[in-house]
Design a protein around this ligand. Sequence first.
Ligand code: NDP
Length: 447
Amino acid sequence: MELKIKNFMDLVNVRSQHEPEFLQAVEEVAEAIIPYIASQPHYSGNNLLLRMVEPERVIIFRVPWVDDTGEIVVNRGFRIEMNSAIGPYKGGLRFHPSVNLSILKFLAFEQVFKNALTNLPLGGGKGGSDFDPKGKSDDEIMRFCQSFMGELFRHIGPNTDVPAGDMGVGAREIGYMFGMYKKLRNEFTGILTGKGMSWGGSYIRPESTGYGTVYFAQSMLGTRGDTLEGKTITISGSGNVAQYACEKATELGAKVVTLSDSSGYIYDKDGIDEEKLAFVMELKNVKRGRISEYVTAYPKAQFFEGQTPWSVPCEVAMPCATQNELNEEAAKTLLSNGCFVVSEGANMPSTPKAVEAFQAKRILYAPGKASNAGGVATSGLEMSQNSIRIKWTREEVNEKLKTIMNEIHESCIQYGKQEDGYIDYVVGANIAGFVKVADAMLAQGVV
Ligand code: NDP
């Protein structure tokens, strides 16, 4: 079996040798799926995985815009339309200077499995730009978004491809892009999710990724007759996912003691309660400040420059910042400090060695493609509401989100439960996602 996986990875390597993040994501899936395909004769001989790793379409385009000093700046825009076997391409847009083809292909590939896991009719895609929103004025953000949509609008549509937000793309950016699409097409359609509440958005969409990550942790704890009540939690990041993971975990009786950004982390041993979180939301979403400013407002807390929060003792860790932010050393530190639940809010935040360390210790470890699927699931619910032109209440959407996260957890158990009773959520999530997409691809022929 190892040889089969190696041969497959060699093939992928030929075309993608300069795409390390993409190769990392493919290898994790291949390790789970290739043995599974071998045990299921009807999947064999169809080169399904080989077809899945090749995007259906990659669009790369120039994004020229004028900054506040009058200088013309050129960024690169991308949209990876990875797989449409079970629905229109769906996946976020990331604006961050690190964005490149490898990162977006890894995210698009993960998205295919994640979207299938939600049981909603959503294909997989991802896009974005190497544009850095940090330090830009609102006018600059608007001009960039308009230029970006000036090309992207040709490739998306409510039945084709429906992007959403991701790092660096929140309500403000979605608004500017939606406005430009509407002007260019002269139609008001649900071509983006994460829209404002008064113009087609869904309740709970901003909260959904963070909330879903917490619901998933709660489900995992449930398999051991435990809950989040009274648990100490470390969270990384202080953006959209981190903020709402913090909110829901606190609401469920846990104590969140860390948040971070790319300059370091804050540790508040008394817990980041509702009032402190409101301060963080204002700081990050409105003033666009740095997390280090937390300690000015709350002097009992500490700021650790240039460090990640994984050395802080906790029972539950939720990495909610970015890919590969939690390495083997950090994983071992977490384990030795008693951490026994890891629910990933970010995409692929744990390195392969870190995942190995978690699984070797048989802790409750959920990969992002399962635990952070609440975001895209609620985007799917936003699309449904747009299509039938109604708006569900906050409570209705939250209940649907809970149900979907619970079903994803059940699917992981169905395909990931090992002989010794340990639930391998990586294997479970990958196989459950694969089965849905593979069945649709088989039915639709070689296209
Ligand atoms: P935001 O842009 O809102 O926040 C990102 C946070 O991560 C910021 O606090 C940022 O700090 C921090 N960060 C970025 N790079 C690094 C780094 N190298 N080291 C430490 N911290 C870093 O993004 P989101 O919260 O939306 O996304 C976070 C993660 O969740 C991403 O992996 C994303 O793909 C994933 N995700 C998001 C979904 C969504 O609905 N938004 C859905 C599913 C997954 P700084 O401000 O300094 O850059």
